[in-house]
Design a protein around this ligand. Structure first.
Ligand code: PEP
Ligand code: MG
Length: 428
């Protein structure tokens, strides 16, 4: 085994939306070859690390991802060849320094993350370890509750469905991951039937959830509750519901504009709306209930609902240690969403998780709405014992692959496999 990096090669591939993204291959001195691919969001937080993408052709002449690829094959490869892939901190810090900007804007967060993940995978393989074993500090593992996004709205449904972006089911009462996944898949199919009966189309959004033009943002909660019961489970006890309204996407000039309901709500009224929903449905967590700029609103939200449910910050924290630190200090939220590409390296992601954990916060690892079949986050979630992984509906290959990887890990761990269940939630 020689884990010295011999070669790094990046290429442009397509993600699940058909947009270009970065894939990186790493070869070690001992011949080990490993690969990683980088996902990309649509409802991105303002302060995420900067990806070189092709959304803005005027800026890069349609060559954003190709520029990231060139940066990997040039500057990054030159700096990392000869370093030990097993020294994740050194690899990541070398790239951060080489980039030299506060947001990874020169080399591109997508270029940097692709290399960071591929290095971890290569080192794991060279050591004869599974990725989840390699990433674990203490060989204690936790299979996450699958947070399955069964109804899509917002930008993930091109604003043709609900204003709220994600309605998830969380089979927290299951005895193990395999059963949880089965319950979730059965409920998803039951929901399809429920929608058909109502005359709704069952076409899906970016993350595989159904995306009908519902009458209100509350209606999906009724439909999902019905589907859970139809599938033979008890809402709340067996399967709870989680929301990601992704409200930064409908926050304009201090108000929350719910187009489906032809309403514009103040932060106070938006909080009341959530209180009503929490009263009436088996909601265990709400992510991005308020917008990334609305820290005052978030403070009120945390006061009103923080002791009842898990309040997860995604856009507001963007997996940044500095922003999570500020959140802890100011009493904002009680949980954080973890997306590797929001911050851009494995090392910094682990730092954010450590911070949140030491404050007693909940952890939620997440895919992006634009994904590849890379299942890095599945191993990552098990190794870090985050307890929850949201990776879409059980209906699109790039999402299913993450769930399937968790099935493989659970099987391999055998009687050492522990399912996170209800305890993974900070409230509930
Ligand atoms: C997964 C999400 O969507 P995106 O990847 O588009 O940010 C999210 O908002 O949590
Ligand atoms: Mg979100």
């Amino acid at each position: 085994m020689n884990t010295t990096i011999q070669k790094i090669h990046a290429r442009e591939i397509l993600d699940s939306r058909g947009n270009p993204t970065v894939e990186v291959d790493i070869v070690l001195q001992d011949g080990t070859k490993a690969r990683a691919a980088v996902p990309s969001g649509a409802s991105t937080g303002k302060y995420e690390a900067f990806e070189l993408r092709d959304r803005d052709p005027k800026r890069y002449g349609g060559k954003g991802v190709l520029t990231a690829v060139t940066n990997v094959n040039g500057d990054i490869a030159n700096a990392l060849i000869g370093l030990d892939a097993g020294d994740q901190k050194l690899i990541d810090l070398t790239m951060i320094e080489l980039d030299g900007t506060p947001n990874k804007g020169r080399l591109g967060a997508n270029a940097i993350l692709g290399v960071s993940m591929a290095a971890a995978r290569a080192a794991a393989q060279a050591n004869g370890l599974q990725l989840y074993e390699y990433l674990s500090e203490d060989r204690r593992y936790l299979l996450p509750v699958p947070m399955m996004n069964v109804m899509n709205g917002g930008v993930h449904a091109q604003w043709q469905g609900a204003d709220f972006q994600e309605y998830m089911i969380a089979p927290l009462g299951a005895p193990n991951f395999r059963t949880a996944l089965q319950w979730g898949a059965e409920t998803y199919r039951a929901l399809q039937k429920t929608l058909q009966k109502k005359g709704y189309p069952t076409a899906v959004g970016d993350e595989g959830g159904f995306a009908p033009k519902v009458a209100s943002n509350e209606e999906p909660l009724e439909l999902i509750t019905l589907a859970i019961e139809e599938a033979g489970y008890q809402p709340g006890k067996d399967i709870a519901i989680s929301l990601d309204p992704a409200s930064s996407g409908f926050y304009h000039y201090g108000q929350y504009e719910l187009k489906r309901e032809q309403k514009a709500l103040t932060p106070e009224d938006m909080i009341k709306y959530y209180q009503m929903l929490v009263e009436n449905y088996s909601i265990i967590s709400i992510e991005d209930g308020l917008a990334e700029e609305d820290w005052t609103g978030w403070k009120m939200l945390t006061k009103e609902l923080g002791d009842r449910i898990e309040l997860i910050g995604d856009d507001i924290f963007v997996t940044s240690p500095a922003l999570v630190k500020r959140g802890i200090k100011e009493g904002i939220a009680n949980s954080v969403l973890i997306k590797l590409n929001q911050i851009g390296t494995v090392t910094e992601t682990l730092e954010t998780m450590q911070l949140a954990k030491s404050a007693g916060w909940g952890l939620n690892v997440s895919h992006r709405s634009g994904e590849t079949v890379d299942s890095f986050i599945s191993d990552f979630t098990v190794a870090t014992r985050a307890g929850k992984l949201k990776t879409g509906a059980p209906s699109r290959g790039e999402r299913i692959e993450k769930y399937n990887q968790l099935l493989r890990i659970e099987e391999e761990l055998g009687n050492r496999a522990v399912y996170a269940g209800r305890k993974a939630f900070v409230r509930g």
